[in-house]
Design a protein. Sequence first.
Length: 131
Amino acid sequence: MFVGVLRLRLDIVGARSLKDKRSVVRSLKERAQARMRVSIAEVGVLDDPRRATLGVAVVSNSAAMCDRVLADVAAMAGSLPHAVLTDRATEIVSFGEGGAGVQGGIEQALDRDDGDLGAPSDMLEDAEDDE
């Protein structure tokens, strides 16, 4: 499993208000989510109407697919009519076969192995007693 993360920085040319900025950012977010099936959010410079920083994330079973999807999102951002893409940074992280390389998380917190990811049996018994 691979997780790809992309940071985009945009200069929004001609934006005079946060409403103008929101229009440009919302347009990019909606297009990227619909066409590329990614998670995208504005993550920085929230109070400056002329600049925006967005974070994009994608999960895939292939690092090449993560890279291709993120490159397509960056190209989409680069072709915006009212904004200029000023910076782009990409990182792709491997979590091993099927995520098996992930350390910690809920499994470790519950002191369990990969085969037992359900609710603790004592929680199930308590829920049955409540009924």
